[in-house]
Design a protein around this ligand. Structure first.
Ligand code: ZN
Length: 76
């Protein structure tokens, strides 16, 4: 009978220890979603329209909203 009480105590101790460890684990910080990131914008020097840097047409001196405006400003 003593052995049974000892066994139950040990098992309860292990269970409590495991539960405590699980609760003590740090939470993962929330990762910012990419869609909410602010994209760098630049304005076309010809028409002033703001375009995302990824969509801009790059020229020799500036970046433009379209190839037509790059041609208009730089002649190429
Ligand atoms: Zn433009």
């Amino acid at each position: 009978m003593k052995l049974l009480i000892l066994l139950v105590t040990v098992l309860a101790g292990i269970w409590l220890w495991k539960r405590g460890r699980r609760l003590a684990q740090p939470k993962e910080p929330p990762r910012p979603s990419r869609s909410r990131e602010v994209q760098p914008m630049l304005s076309c020097p010809v028409c002033g329209v703001h375009v995302p840097m990824a969509d801009a047409v790059k020229g020799k001196r500036n970046s433009y909203c379209s190839v037509a405006h790059r041609r208009q400003a730089e002649g190429s």
